[in-house]
Every structure is written in C-alpha cells, then in structure tokens.
Design a protein around this ligand. Structure first.
Ligand code: SAH
Ligand code: SF4
Ligand code: F3S
Length: 443
C-alpha cells in the first residue's frame, strides 16, 4: 500500500508519525505524495485547544470525499486516526466520522500492524483502541533511524502535573521514562545513520527519571552527560521543561556541556502569581526568575523561549499586566502565546469568571506585539555576527538551504548547493521576526 500521514500538534506527534512511518515501511508499504494517491491515510491528532480538535473533523470530511472519489474509481482507502484526540473523543470520532476504519491513542499505535490485518479480513469493521497499556510502546517499536541531520528522540512521555487547563495528562497518561540504555542505544543508532543534532522530547522532559543498568534512577542531567559523550553527535537540545523541575545538575549541564545548545524553552504561562496558583503550576514569579538567573550564570549566552496563555479564568487587567512585566524582565528571544481554550474534563473548564472572547483577543494582540518586537530585535542584533548553522533541508529556491542557528532561529542561505547536513559558519545579513538570512563563510 501507499500511505499518507498528516501530523498535527507538538513535536512528540512528529516523532510518533515518524515511528508510524517506520512501522509501515517495515511492513513493505511506501509513502504517497498526496492523500489522493494513498491507500492508507492516517491523521495524527492534537487535542490541546478546541480549534485543533475541530479542525480534525473538517479535515476528515475532506478526506472522506477523497475516499468516495477513489471508491468510484474502484480503489479502497483505509482511514486511520491516531494521537491525542482519539484518547479524548473516541465516541465523537465514531459518531461524526463513521467512515474512519481505525482510531488508536498515542500509546498504542504500535498495534497498527495487527489492526491492518484485521481490516484486511473485514473491510467494514471500525477498530477503536483507547487502552492505556501497562507495557511501554517503545518495547514494540522497530529500531529508529535518522530521517535527516536533526532528530527527535522521545525519552519521557505523559505528565503528572495536571495544570488545570491542560488535557495532556488525560491523553498521554501518567509520566513514564525510558531506561537510560534504551535512549543511548536509539541515540547511537540515529548518529550512525546521519543525525548531528538530537532534540530530547517529553511532555515534561526534565521530570525524566529512567533506570540505568543497575536499576538506579537517573535524571535528565545524567542522560545529557552520557549523550554528550557520543562521538559524531554535535548538538543536543531538550523540550519541554517544567520550571519547578529544573534541578542544580541540569543547570550545571548548561555550563559544562558544549554540545548543549544555549537555548531553552521554559514555559511560564502567566506572570501573575494568582493565576499561576489557579493553573496549579508549582512555581511563582520569583522562583521562575531565580531559575532564569541561575541558568544565565551557568551560561551567559543562553536565550529563553516560553508559552503563554491569556484569558485564563479570573485573569484581571492587573494579572495580564504582570505577564507583560515578566516578558520584559526575562527578555524572551522567542515565544508562543494562546488564548485560553476550555478543555472538557479539565478543572479550569468549569471555573467561574471565564473571560470573554473579545478580551482574550485584545490581550493576545498586546502580548504578541510585544513578543514579536522582542523577537525581531534579537534577530536584528544577530546581523553582522557569525553563527554556526546546521543546514537540515533544502530551501524553496534553487541552491537555497534551510538551517537553524544555536538559538533555533530559522535561517536561509543561498549556496552553490553544497552544505546540506553540515554545520557551517554563516555571516548573518538579514533578519525578520521569523527568520534570518546569511552567507556561508568559505573555509
Ligand atoms: N508540556 C508542555 C507543553 C504542553 S502543551 C508544558 O508544560 O509547557 C503546549 C502549550 O499549549 C502549553 O505550554 C500551553 O501554553 C498551551 N496550552 C495548553 N493547554 C491549553 C489550553 N487549554 N488553552 C490554551 N493553551 C493551552
Ligand atoms: Fe500540560 Fe502542565 Fe503537563 Fe505541560 S506540565 S503537559 S501544560 S499538565
Ligand atoms: Fe497536542 Fe497531544 Fe501534543 S494534545 S500538544 S499532540 S501531547
């Protein structure tokens, strides 16, 4: 069969989609360029905000039209849904999209081969699997290989934090960590097959507590130090971190490990102590600023990014002003910001004092204007500097390469075509909010 996978949501979903593609390739299937050319279409879904989930249903409607058109041409199409929406809305899927052949949650997609066998025997069945299995999915996945020079590697999954707005603990389940040796093995294999940069993933990655060979629990700092020893691996990153779980040794890694990039995504969500408490975040403004200060002491070059939610229930103008104040104090080089979205089943969905849509939109505008202008000034400050860039793909224009600076900035450079999958020094010549341009310095 030809398969087509469409991915929504976070980096963990991107990683899962790559693993699904590997499962399918091992079964002898190959990728299609378009959904219309695919016998198997899989949607890997996200449930983080209402819009994300709603979009799935409109996209599924469009895919069903393709299924119908293919049917008229005598072709069968299997449609599958995986990811976080399945865990939260399995009944909705069965009701609103009865043409879906299977749906399986983010922890059980390793069962896709069995599912496809069942469907091969009976085309009319609909299989829905929302199990939280006792065993680790990683024990059942085929060996991972590089897709290019930058790879994600999931080391931790699930979350025990239960922020009151967040659906993730309900869709990805409780927190689990992969054993140290298993992670090291996957990392070595990725490096052998072309990876130069590894981005360690987890919903709360710095809660990592995997066992080593002696059964001792190890933290993320230990894992980073072991990974940094791998010859041929040039860059390390990790995401997403939870501020209250940043420990001393993790901070020390930012001082000691040259391979660890000077960039950290450390979501603050809100700058108001009252709102942080209502969100059930285990840190306040001062604790967050203290962690930032210690990280800067460990590595003065470090840059920070964050996620923000505006319009959480009960957020007043003063609370919002506190968020703007924290943005100013920390000086983020990048950030993502969202309007609070009610997620059914989470505590905050039924809090009183829900904020009107109009106010959420106003606050988001004000915050984003500030964040974008800070991002632009950081990018502009880079003009004239020489930065090492890992070129991970070809750009749209002929001879153009796309890469990332140590700060995760997007960079485009015009070259004679050489330089793909290499880290090269680049003189920065131009900057916009979202990207840099530059010229490779001939060595
Ligand atoms: N585990 C990560 C990120 C989880 S989701 C963390 O703890 O930071 C990514 C971001 O989506 C969150 O950081 C948060 O800013 C946003 N988010 C989560 N739930 C949301 C909701 N109900 N409404 C709006 N934004 C939300
Ligand atoms: Fe969600 Fe909070 Fe866990 Fe992040 S830390 S995944 S926001 S519950
Ligand atoms: Fe979305 Fe699930 Fe990731 S809800 S953000 S795909 S963990």
């Amino acid at each position: 069969m030809k398969y087509y996978i469409k991915t929504f949501g976070c980096q963990m979903n991107v990683y899962d989609s790559q693993r699904i593609a590997r499962i399918l390739q091992n079964m002898g299937h190959s990728p299609a360029d378009t959904p219309a050319g695919a016998d198997l279409i899989i949607f890997n879904t996200c449930h983080i905000r209402e819009k994300a989930a709603e979009k799935l249903f409109s996209d599924l409607g469009r895919i069903n039209l393709i299924k119908e058109e293919r049917k008229a041409a005598g072709l069968e199409t299997i449609i599958g849904v995986v990811g976080c929406v399945v865990q939260a809305e399995d009944e909705e899927i069965a009701k609103r999209a009865p043409f879906v052949n299977f749906a399986t949650g983010p922890l059980t997609y390793y069962r896709i081969p069995e599912i496809l066998q069942k469907i091969a025997r009976d085309k009319n069945i609909c299989i829905i699997d929302t199990d939280f299995p006792a065993e680790s999915k990683f024990d059942h996945l085929p060996e991972n290989r590089s897709e290019g020079s930058c790879s994600y590697l999931a080391v931790q999954e699930g979350c025990n934090n239960f922020c009151t707005y967040c659906i993730v603990p309900y869709t990805r389940g409780v927190e689990t960590s992969r054993p140290v040796e298993e992670v090291l093995k996957e990392a070595r294999r990725l490096v052998e097959t072309g990876t130069l940069e590894i981005n360690l993933l987890g919903q709360n990655v710095n809660a990592y507590h995997g066992e080593d060979n002696t059964g001792k629990e190890r933290d993320l700092a230990y894992l980073l130090r072991r990974l940094a020893e791998i010859d041929g691996l040039k860059r390390l990153r990790y995401t997403t971190s939870y501020p209250a779980d940043v420990n001393d040794d993790l901070i020390a890694c930012h001082r000691d490990l040259k391979k660890l990039m000077p960039y950290l995504h450390l979501p603050l969500q809100s700058g108001s102590d009252k709102i942080l408490k209502a969100m059930n975040r285990r840190h306040d403004r001062n604790q967050y600023l203290e962690i930032i200060g210690r990280l800067k002491d460990a590595n003065p070059e470090i840059g920070f990014s964050s996620d923000f939610i505006v319009g959480f229930p009960g957020e007043t103008d003063e609370d919002f002003a506190d968020t703007l104040d924290m943005v100013e104090k920390v000086g983020y080089i990048q950030a993502f910001s969202f309007k609070y979205s009610r997620r059914p089943g989470t505590p905050a969905a039924v809090y009183p004092d829900q904020i009107p849509e109009k106010i959420k939109a106003e606050r988001l505008n004000i915050l984003q204007e500030k964040l974008f202008s800070m991002q632009l000034s950081f990018n502009k400050e880079c003009i004239g500097k020489i930065m090492p860039v890992l070129f991970e793909s070809k750009g749209r224009k002929k001879g153009q390469l796309f890469g990332r600076t140590p700060y995760m900035q997007n960079l485009h450079a015009q070259t004679d075509g050489a330089g793909l999958n290499q880290i090269l020094p680049v003189r920065i010549t131009g900057a916009t909010v979202n990207s840099l341009s530059g010229t490779v310095i001939q060595q």
